[in-house]
Design a protein around this ligand. Sequence first.
Ligand SMILES: Nc1ncnc2c1ncn2[C@@H]1O[C@H](COP(=O)(O)OP(=O)(O)OP(=O)(O)O)[C@@H](O)[C@H]1O
Length: 253
Amino acid sequence: MSTLHARITRVRLAGRDLLRDIDLVLPAACWTAVVGPNGAGKSTLLRAAAGLQACEGELRLDERPLAAWPGRERARRLAWLGQQEGGADDLLALDVVLLGRLPHRPWLAPPGAADHAAAEAAMRATQSWDWRARRLGSLSGGERQRVLLARVLAVDAPLTLMDEPLAHLDPPHQADWLALVRARVARGHGVVSVLHELHLALQADQLVLMAEGRIVHAGAPADPATHDALRRVFGPRLHIAQLDGRWVALPLL
Ligand SMILES: Nc1ncnc2c1ncn2[C@@H]1O[C@H](COP(=O)(O)OP(=O)(O)OP(=O)(O)O)[C@@H](O)[C@H]1O
C-alpha cells in the first residue's frame, strides 16, 4: 500500500503560474478522480505529483521524499499513464506492455516467465491480447489506449496515476476500466485519474475539482457541496441527478 502527499506551492512555466497552493493526499485503497475545465491544470498536477514536472514544494511517497526513492523501487510503487503517449509506434503491442515490467527486472535482463504472465493477464484484462503481435502504430485510437492501459496495469504498482485513461474508449470498455479500478482499490491500491467523463468521475471515492491552477474543492462525489462546486466551476447548465442510485452529470442546452 502506498500514499502520496503532494504539497505543491507552485509550478511556473513560460512566465505563468500553472499550479498554485496544492495540498493533496492520494491515499491507498482509494480511487481519486481529478476533474475541471480545459486548461485548469489537471495534467500538470498529475505530472507534478508523479515527479515528472519540476515544481516548488514537497512530494512524499510513504513519508519519504519522492526524489529520495531509488528509481526502480519508485517505478514499482508509482505507475504512470500519460495523455497521448507517443514514441512506441514501431513496437509490438506485447513489447509495449512488457515495458511495464521493466522495474521488476534486473538491469538489461530479458523478460522472464512472471513478466510474460503479468503482461498476458493485463492484456486480457483490457481485451487487447488479440493484438499482441500488432505494431502499436497500426492500432485504432481505442485499441491503442487499451494496450497502453495494459502496460500500466502490468506494473502492478500500489499507486497508479492515469491522465485521461478513457480517451477513445467506447462505453463498454469504459465500464471494464471502472471494474479494473474497483478491483485494484479492493486490493488496497490507490488509483488517480484525470477524467472529462463526469458521470464516471462521480463514481470515484474522492473527487478533486480544479480551476485556474488550483484545487477548488475535494470531497465525496455524493456530497451536495461537491455538486455545488461542480456547478460553480462548469456553470449552471450542468445538471446533476441520480440515475439508478448513481450520480450523473449532464450538460444541458
Ligand atoms: N509546457 C507548457 N508551457 C506553457 N504552458 C503550458 C505548458 N503545459 C501546459 N501549459 C498550460 O498550462 C495550463 C494547464 O494545462 P494542463 O494541460 O495541465 O490543463 P488540463 O486541465 O489538463 O487541460 P485539458 O482538460 O485541456 O487537458 C494550460 O493553460 C496550458 O496551456
